[in-house]
Design a protein around this ligand. Structure first.
Ligand SMILES: Nc1ncnc2c1ncn2[C@@H]1O[C@H](COP(=O)(O)OP(=O)(O)OP(=O)(O)O)[C@@H](O)[C@H]1O
Ligand SMILES: [Mg+2]
Length: 221
């Protein structure tokens, strides 16, 4: 389980402290895919950032299988080993090719160059973008970049896969192709959480929750 326990997150806007999440409690179950919807600014990206350890709670905890991960070095290590994340904008390094972008997390994880290359080529294959492995991000379309970003997120076979609006800027047809791919990927990770404004996409996963102001997650049917 990924448990969110009495979580508070205060943000500072124009010198004022605003409680974004106030006493948030939730449990994400293993081998269950979650889609999270909710209005812009309600904190969906913040929630994923907190789970990924990119943001720290103001108070409260996030527990992974009952364990809390508190020290900064532990968080970095935990993220490298166990978390794959696709950001709202695909966030590829412009100066690296598609293949090199995917190899990066492998190298950070201590794989040697040859193994990193093999695993990255495999991940690009799974995401059906291996033909563009030597292209730089600015030579790729939006959908192609999303495929590379997905390959980068899954290359370490992470336990936890977090996707933030992965079909955001795509035309409907490409969006459906990426959604099909994401659905496959969702079955390979232990924990799967996707944030989207696209309710059609959200319906393809086990549960849809709406994030409400203050940090309540309310189940939608
Ligand atoms: N690092 C930060 N410091 C201060 N405020 C932040 C920070 N990150 C996000 N916020 C604020 O927190 C609120 C929630 O932002 P978040 O990006 O989580 O929204 P969201 O639900 O993902 O919206 P969208 O659907 O537009 O992506 C916003 O008001 C935003 O301005
Ligand atoms: Mg967001």
């Amino acid at each position: 389980m990924i448990e969110i326990v009495q979580l508070k997150k205060v943000i500072i806007q124009a010198d004022t402290e605003i409680p974004l999440f106030d006493n948030m409690n939730f449990a994400f179950q293993r081998h269950t895919s979650y889609a999270i919807v909710g209005p812009s600014g309600v904190g969906k990206t913040m929630l994923l950032s907190l789970i990924a350890g990119l943001e720290k709670p103001s108070s409260g905890q996030i527990l992974f299988d009952k364990k809390s991960i508190d020290s900064v070095s532990d968080i970095t290590e935990f993220r490298r080993q166990h978390i794959g994340i696709v950001f709202q904008n695909s966030n590829l390094c412009e100066e690296f090719t598609a293949l090199e972008n995917v190899m990066l997390p492998c190298l950070l994880n201590g794989l040697n160059l040859e193994l990193a290359r093999q695993e990255s080529e495999q991940a690009l294959e799974v995401c059906r973008i291996a033909n563009k492995k030597n292209s730089f991000p600015d030579q790729l379309s939006g959908g192609e970049k999303q495929r590379v970003a997905l390959a980068r997120a899954i290359v370490k076979k992470p336990k936890i896969l977090l996707l933030d609006e992965p079909t955001g800027s795509l035309d409907p047809k490409t969006g459906i192709q990426i959604a099909d791919l994401i659905l496959q990927l969702s079955k390979n990770s232990e924990y799967f959480i996707l944030v989207t404004h696209n309710i059609e996409l959200a319906r393809r996963f086990d549960y849809i929750y709406e994030l409400k102001p203050g940090g309540n997650l309310e189940k939608l049917d």
